[in-house]
Ligand binder design. Sequence first.
Ligand SMILES: NC(=O)c1ccc[n+]([C@@H]2O[C@H](COP(=O)([O-])OP(=O)(O)OC[C@H]3O[C@@H](n4cnc5c(N)ncnc54)[C@H](O)[C@@H]3O)[C@@H](O)[C@H]2O)c1
Ligand SMILES: O=C(O)C(=O)C[C@]1(C(=O)O)C=C[C@@H](O)C=C1
Length: 382
Amino acid sequence: MNADISGFSERKEAGSSSGTIKIAICGVGLIGGSLALCLKGKPGYRVVGHEIREESAAKCAELGVVDEATTSLAEAAADADYIFLCVPVGRLNDYIDELSRLPLKPGCVMTDVGSTKASIVEHAAQLALKGTTFIGGHPMAGSERSGVEAASADLFENAYYVLTPTEDAPAEAVQALEKLLRWTRAKIITTDAARHDRIVGAISHLPHMIAVALVNQIAGYNESSDLYRSLAAGGFRDITRIASSDPIVWRDILVNNRQVLLELLSDWRREMDEFTRLLESEDGEGVAERFKQANDFRNRLPERRKGMITSLYECYVNVPDQPGVIGRIAAELGQARINLSNLHIIESREDVPGVLRLSFRRQDDLDRAVALIRSMDYIVYF
Ligand SMILES: NC(=O)c1ccc[n+]([C@@H]2O[C@H](COP(=O)([O-])OP(=O)(O)OC[C@H]3O[C@@H](n4cnc5c(N)ncnc54)[C@H](O)[C@@H]3O)[C@@H](O)[C@H]2O)c1
Ligand SMILES: O=C(O)C(=O)C[C@]1(C(=O)O)C=C[C@@H](O)C=C1
């Protein structure tokens, strides 16, 4: 791979013969759509989306997330200067295979956003991608939501964006991709694919498994009494938000990174066994020590840095069980031009006050929303 890249930098700076840089985004969902929004409309760029279904292609074009959309991979890839693969991890190798059979523009830089890196990087290296360069990529930002409707131009701001170029990747290609990715306002770092998978397995994949296991455990208890669901408060919600993530996307990630995850699960079991031991021996000091250690590490994580702890600024509003209340709050926020990124009704049953979770992408929007909703006499908390 990475054969002839002569004239690479000039081409990237000057764009194609038509004077534009063509960027193909395959899979215009949460991540692909967010990348498209970061790049679309920037001087000299044309963003072409690829979706396998006609309706999805039409939708991302209608939403204005891409300049144009197609269901033909050949059409999307033809003359593209950059190709982003933003489909579930289990489909990445197939895309690389298919692209390797298509005529690609010499000097084209191909990258992906998959949450695991070793297998795709290895697969791409086995193929001679005809004068093009593959560079693995992974933005460390996301959401439990999925699909193009959840895409946002702000998603990657201040998050880390990991690149995993192989040793033979031309420096010019890596630099060109880094330069393009500056539009995401993410912090670009490079590492090797195996290290990426180990670390991201620990800080992202393991937590997703734990969240899902915990929710399923409690859902089982809830069979006997709905009070489990009703009483689930901040602690449960905080640790389980990511259990709402897309099942197919996560099936692919976990299966792909299974070697790393099996080791991590064994360490996790040891951590749980330690709690069992402490409780069985009524070792309160030992329990407090576990919390102290965890506090020390967690409190040193950078505050509110997107991608690591949370990408959202959220508040909760108690709402009475009356028709129109939620619409009124949403309408007031809209009128004040406060950008609401998500609204979720957490509890809504007859005669029981509901709780509305409002999510914002910016601290400023959250602050203004809280002031506004409190001025409407609703109780707001965090
Ligand atoms: N969700 C996150 O928080 C997050 C964060 C960083 C990276 N990623 C990675 O980004 C990639 C996309 O995830 P997403 O969250 O944007 O998911 P998504 O469901 O929002 O989007 C997936 C996209 O892939 C397309 N797609 C789905 N199945 C397909 C198939 N079988 N063949 C072809 N196209 C298909 C969909 O039409 C959609 O455009 C994944 O590889 C994931 O690991 C996700
Ligand atoms: O914020 C979330 O919902 C995420 O799950 C984002 C998250 C993560 O675990 O931090 C998930 C998957 C990625 O590949 C990168 C980021």
